[in-house]
Write a protein that binds this ligand. Structure first.
Ligand code: AMP
Length: 935
C-alpha cells in the first residue's frame, strides 16, 4: 500500500477507530469513476481481489478485510505524500465526514436545548484544508451535485447546507451502495432544501394553522381537559397530509396509521377529517352508550377517505390503548391483511405509518420486535414510515441519560439499516422534504424509514400538568418560543410569498370552520375505497345455528389429496411414516389422529375458496411434530405444501414459522384479523405459557377490543397446555388468565379433546358468521394418544360439541352415583383408570367450551343424572389455577337441587407445576383417584 495513503488513512479520525466505511465510500467513488480518487488510492483498489465474473465491483468485505489487516499491522512509519493528490483525498474525506457525521451538528432542536459537541471532522482544519483552498477546484467524487468538480468554498457551503441545516440525515450505516447513493442524490442534489411552489407553501401553512388552531380552540373551550396537545410538534399535520397526498398520487389506495395519544385529537380532526362537533360532544361528555363499554377520546380510531391527485385514499387510524408502542405490529398486521386482500405483494397499494414518542421508541422492546419483523416473510408490508414526535420529554423525564443509552432515540432503527431523517420541527419545509424522501425511499426499496421530528411540548404531559415543576429551563424557553405557525407565517411574509394578511385570513377561516362544526379537511371524502364489508359479520352470537357438515365423498377426497405428495419429493423417514398413516386414514382403514384432522380442517376451508393463515414458532412442522403441513425435501431442501395443492382456484394456505416473539406476532395477527373477517387466522404459541409475553395483546386488544371500540376479531390462538411432568414452564397455558378475562361473551375458550372436535371447532370459527376470538388449550401428549382418535364420519358431521357426555356404553345413567366434570387431557386418564377399576358408577362429562358457558348443552347432559348426589370438578392444574375458580359458578348453577360440587385436583401452588417427574406422577394419580372415588 502506498505510504502516503497509509498515513492519510491512519491519521483520519474516521479510520483510526477502525471505521472502514470511509474506505468503502472512497472505494465506491472509485467504482463510479476511477479518476475520482487519487492515484494512490486507485493503485490500492486496483490491487484488490476480483470476484469471478465481475469487471470492477469487488466484495466490500474484501475491502474492509484488507484494511483491517493493515490496521492490525500498524503501519506507522510512513511519509506524507504532498501536493494536489493529497488534498484531493482530504476533500473526499471531508465530503464523507459530512455524510457520516453531519447529523450530529445539524440544527435540529427548535429550543436550542439539545447541546451537542462540535464534530471536529466537519472542520476544514481537521482535514488539513483551509479557506486558502476555497478557490481551488477539486473532484467531488460521488457528491451528487451534478458536476464532477467544485471549488472547495462552494463545496463546503453545499455540504453545510445539505448536512448541517434543518435535516440531519443518518444513513451511512446502510450497507447497500444503491440505497446510500439514492439518498445522497435526493439530499445533495437539492442541498436538503425543499423546492415548494407558493400553493404548496400555502398548503403547509394551512396544516400548521389547523394544528395550532384546534389546540387553541379546545384549550379555550374545555380548559384543563386532557387533550394531549400536539403543540410544538405541529408540523406533524402537514407531514401526514403530504404523505397521504404523495402516496395517493403514486397509486396507494389505503393508509393505516398507528399512534399513541400525543396529538391524536389533532390528527383525527385535521387529517382524518373527523367532524369537530363530534369531538366537542365527546369533550362535553355526550356518549353513544349503545356501544359497549367505550374508550376515552384520545384512544379512538377513525376511518375516512382522502382525495389526492391519484384518486381517493382510504385512511384508517387504528384504535390504541395507553400501552404506547404496541399498536405498531397491530398496524402492520392490518396493512398486511389489506395487501393480501388486494393481491399486492410489494406493498404499493397499502401504506403503514406509525407515530412514536421519543421516550417510548427508545424504551419499549416491542419496537425492536417490530423492526425485526419488518422484512420477515410472514410479516413484511413493503416498509413502514415511522415518525417520531420527538418533543424531548416523556411525561416528566427528559434527561437523555435517563431515557436511553444511545445517542438518538431512534438508534434501534439501525438494526434494520433504516435511514433516519432527523428534522427540525420548526422548519416545515425541511419537514416536507424529509417526508417526501422518506416516502419515496419506502416505495422504492420497500423498507422501513424513520423521520425524527425534533420538536417540543408546549404544555405538560396533559393539560392539567405543570411542566415547570420538573422541566424549568425547558419551559422558560417554551414560553418565549413562537409557535411553528407564527414562525412560518412570518417567514413566508418576509420572503414575499404569502402576506401576513393572507395568513390571518386563513387562520380566521379555520376558526370559522370549527365554530360552525364543519369538517376541517378539504380532502376528506365519505368512505368508498375500503375493500371489505363487515356487515355480514355484525350482530351474531356464538350459539347462532350454522351448517358446517361435509359429504363423506368430499372429506375423503380432501383427505386423499392432502396425504399425498410427489414421488420426486423424498421426505424424512418419520415424516414418511406419518404420511403413510394418513393415506390409511384417508381410506378409512385407520382412525384419524389430531394432526391429520387439523390439516383436514384447513383443507376444507381452502377448498371452499377461503384463506388460512397460521403463524407461530415452528408452525409448519408443529412444535410437537404433529402437523407437517410443510414437507421438506431431504435431497434439495425444497418445500412442498400439500394444502397449497388441493385444486386450482382454492383459497390461499399460508403457514409461516414466525420470528421468535410472542407479543409483536400476536399483535400483528390481531391487526390482521381486525382488518380481514374472511378465512381462518391462527396464532400458535410454541408452549402455551409463552403467551405470557403477549399479555398486553390479550388484555388490551383481544379480550376487550369489541367492547371498547366495536372492532370484531376472529383470531384463533392455539396454546399448548397439559400436565405431562415437563416442569413449571411447559405444563400450563395459564387457562385461568383467559377465563378471568371472559365477560360479555367477548371471546371463546375451548379445550377440544378429540380430532373431530378440533376439526369442527376450527371449521366453526370460519363457517359461523360471528367473529370473536377463540382461545384454545391445545394438546401435546393427546396428539399421539391411542384413544384420541376420530372417524371420518365424526368429522363430516360438522358439529362441535360444546359438552361431551358419557360415551362408554357400559355406563348406565341409573347406576351412576358420581359425575365427574373435566376438560382436556385428564379425561383420558380418568377414562383409563375407570376402566382399570372396572367402575360402572361414575360418569364423565367433558366441557369442551368453558366460555361462553354452554348452559343448554350442559343442562341436557345432566338431565339423566338428577338422582346423583356427588358431582366433582377434576382438573390437572393447581386449585388456584385452571378453570376451578372462574367456572365453578357455571357448574353449580346447573346441579340438581340439594347436591354439591367438590374439587379434585392439585392443591394451590405458586408455580404452575412441580419440577420433578416422580412428584408429578404421584400428584396426577392422586387427583384421578380422588375424582373417581365414590363417597
Ligand atoms: P377500516 O378499513 O379499518 O377503516 O374500516 C372501515 C369500516 O369497516 C369501519 O368504519 C367499520 O365500519 C368497519 N370495520 C372495520 N374493521 C372492523 C372490525 N374489526 N369489526 C367491525 N367493523 C369493522
Amino acid at each position: 500500500m502506498p505510504e502516503g495513503v497509509m498515513k492519510a488513512w491512519l491519521e483520519s479520525s474516521h479510520l483510526s477507530g477502525g471505521n472502514t466505511a470511509y474506505i468503502e465510500e472512497l472505494y465506491e467513488s472509485y467504482l463510479d469513476n476511477s479518476q475520482s480518487v487519487s492515484a494512490e488510492w486507485r493503485e490500492v483498489f486496483q490491487q484488490l481481489p476480483k470476484i469471478e465474473g465481475a469487471d470492477v465491483e469487488y466484495h466490500h468485505s474484501a475491502v474492509r478485510e484488507e484494511f483491517r489487516e493493515l490496521a492490525k499491522q500498524g503501519h506507522k512509519t510512513v511519509v506524507v505524500s504532498s501536493g494536489g493528490d493529497a488534498k484531493q483525498v482530504k476533500v473526499l474525506q471531508l465530503i464523507n465526514a459530512f455524510r457520516f457525521r453531519g447529523h450530529q451538528n445539524a440544527n435540529l432542536d427548535p429550543l436550542g436545548i439539545w447541546q451537542r459537541e462540535k464534530v471536529r471532522d466537519l472542520q476544514l482544519s481537521h482535514h488539513d484544508l483551509s479557506e486558502n483552498d476555497f478557490d481551488k477546484e477539486f473532484n467531488v467524487g460521488s457528491f451528487a451535485v451534478g458536476q464532477d468538480t467544485m471549488k472547495l468554498g462552494d463545496l463546503y457551503k453545499a455540504l453545510q447546507k445539505t448536512y448541517v441545516g434543518s435535516i440531519g440525515a443518518e444513513y451511512m450505516h446502510i450497507t447497500s451502495t444503491g440505497e446510500k447513493r439514492w439518498l445522497q442524490s435526493r439530499l445533495e442534489s437539492v442541498q436538503s432544501q425543499a423546492k415548494l411552489t407558493v400553493d404548496e407553501k400555502e398548503e403547509v401553512l394551512k396544516g400548521l394553522i389547523a394544528a395550532d388552531g384546534l389546540e387553541k380552540y379546545l384549550g379555550a373551550k374545555f380548559p384543563g381537559a386532557k387533550r394531549f396537545s400536539l403543540e410544538g410538534g405541529d408540523a406533524l399535520i402537514p407531514m401526514l397530509k403530504e404523505i397521504i397526498t404523495r402516496a395517493g398520487s403514486h397509486g396507494t389506495k389505503e393508509v393505516v396509521v398507528g399512534m399513541a395519544h400525543r396529538g391524536r385529537l389533532n390528527v383525527l380532526v385535521n387529517v382524518m377529517g373527523k367532524n369537530p362537533n363530534k369531538l366537542f360532544d365527546e369533550f362535553a361528555g355526550k356518549t353513544d352508550e349503545a356501544l359497549g363499554s367505550g374508550d376515552v377520546k384520545y384512544h379512538q380510531g377513525y376511518s375516512s377517505d382522502f382525495v389526492t391527485p391519484g384518486g381517493n385514499v382510504h385512511l384508517a387510524l387504528a384504535f390504541n390503548p395507553s400501552h404506547l408502542e404496541i399498536v405498531n405490529p397491530v398496524v402492520m398486521g392490518s396493512v398486511r391483511a389489506r395487501q393480501d386482500r388486494r393481491g399486492c405483494d410489494q406493498g404499493d397499494l397499502v401504506l403503514p405509518v406509525t407515530i412514536h414518542g421519543d421516550s417510548a421508541i427508545a424504551g419499549q422492546g416491542v419496537v425492536q420486535e417490530t423492526f425485526n419483523m419488518s422484512q420477515a416473510r410472514a410479516f413484511k408490508v413493503g416498509g413502514t414510515i415511522r415518525i417520531v414526535v420527538n418533543n424531548q420529554v416523556g411525561f416528566t423525564t427528559s434527561k437523555q441519560e435517563d431515557t436511553r443509552s444511545g445517542e438518538y432515540c431512534t438508534d434501534i432503527a439501525k438494526m434494520v439499516q433504516a435511514p433516519i431523517l432527523h428534522v427540525n420541527g420548526d422548519d416545515p419545509e425541511a419537514v416536507i422534504l424529509a417526508t417526501q424522501v422518506a416516502l419515496d425511499y419506502r416505495n422504492t426499496f420497500k423498507r422501513d424509514v424513520v423521520i425524527d421530528l425534533v420538536c417540543y411540548r408546549r404544555h405538560g404531559h396533559n393539560e392539567a400538568d405543570e411542566p415547570n415543576a420538573t422541566q424549568p429551563i425547558m419551559y422558560q424557553k417554551v414560553k418565549k418560543h413562537p409557535t411553528p405557525r407564527q414562525l412560518y407565517a412570518d417567514k413566508l411574509n418576509a420572503e414575499g410569498s404569502i402576506s401576513a394578511a393572507k395568513s390571518k385570513e386563513l387562520t380566521e377561516y379555520y376558526r370559522k370552520l370549527l365554530d360552525e362544526g364543519q369538517c376541517t379537511v378539504e380532502q376528506w371524502r365519505p368512505m368508498t375505497e375500503h375493500s371489505v364489508d363487515w356487515t355480514p359479520y355484525l350482530g351474531h352470537d356464538w350459539d347462532d345455528a350454522y351448517e358446517a357438515s361435509l359429504s363423506m365423498e368430499k372429506i375423503k377426497a380432501l383427505a386423499e389429496s392432502i396425504s399425498s405428495y410427489p414421488e420426486s419429493h423424498p421426505v424424512q423417514s418419520r415424516v414418511k411414516k406419518i404420511y403413510d398413516d394418513r393415506v390409511k386414514m384417508a381410506k378409512g382403514e385407520k382412525l384419524l389422529d389430531w394432526g391429520f384432522a387439523e390439516n383436514l380442517a384447513y383443507a376444507s376451508i381452502v377448498d371452499d375458496g377461503q384463506r388460512v393463515r397460521i403463524t407461530g414458532q415452528d408452525s409448519g412442522r408443529g412444535t410437537f411434530f404433529h402437523r407437517h403441513a410443510v414437507l421438506h425435501n431431504q435431497e434439495d431442501a425444497s418445500q412442498y405444501v400439500p394444502l397449497q395443492n388441493i385444486r386450482e382456484g382454492q383459497g390461499p394456505f399460508d403457514v409461516h414459522d414466525s420470528v421468535l416473539s410472542e407479543v409483536s406476532v400476536l399483535a400483528f395477527e390481531y391487526g390482521y384479523t381486525t382488518a380481514e373477517p374472511a378465512g381462518l387466522t391462527i396464532w400458535e404459541a410454541q408452549f402455551g405459557d409463552f403467551a405470557n409475553c403477549a399479555q398486553v395483546v390479550f388484555d388490551q386488544f383481544i379480550s376487550s377490543g369489541e367492547q371498547k371500540w366495536g372492532r370484531l376479531c376472529g383470531l384463533t390462538m392455539l396454546l399448548p397446555h397439559g400436565y405431562e411432568g415437563q416442569g413449571p414452564e411447559h405444563s400450563s397455558a395459564r387457562l385461568e388468565r383467559y377465563l378471568q378475562l371472559c365477560a360479555d361473551h367477548n371471546m371463546q375458550v375451548c379445550i377440544p379433546s378429540t380430532p373431530a372436535q378440533v376439526f369442527n371447532m376450527l371449521r366453526r370459527q370460519v363457517v359461523r358468521p360471528m367473529r370473536r376470538p377463540l382461545v384454545v388449550m391445545s394438546p401435546k401428549s393427546l396428539l399421539r394418544h391411542p384413544l384420541a382418535v376420530s372417524s371420518l364420519e365424526e368429522l363430516a358431521s360438522g358439529v362441535f360439541h360444546n359438552v361431551i357426555g358419557e360415551v362408554d356404553k357400559d355406563i348406565k345413567a341409573e347406576k351412576v352415583e358420581r359425575v365427574v366434570f373435566c376438560s382436556g387431557k385428564v379425561y383420558y386418564e380418568l377414562l383409563e383408570q375407570r376402566r382399570k377399576n372396572e367402575q360402572k358408577n361414575v360418569a364423565i362429562i367433558r366441557v369442551e367450551q368453558l366460555y361462553p358457558f354452554p348452559e343448554a348443552e350442559f343442562a341436557k347432559e345432566l338431565e339423566q343424572y338428577q338422582h346423583v348426589k356427588q358431582f366433582v370438578w377434576c382438573q390437572e392444574e393447581p386449585q388456584n389455577q385452571g378453570a376451578w375458580y372462574c367456572s365453578q359458578h357455571h357448574f353449580r348453577a346447573m346441579l340438581p337441587e340439594g347436591t354439591y360440587l367438590t374439587y379434585a385436583g392439585r392443591k394451590p401452588s405458586a408455580a404452575p407445576a412441580v419440577g420433578y417427574m416422580s412428584v408429578h406422577v404421584k400428584e396426577q394419580q392422586a387427583l384421578v383417584n380422588e375424582a373417581l372415588t365414590v363417597e
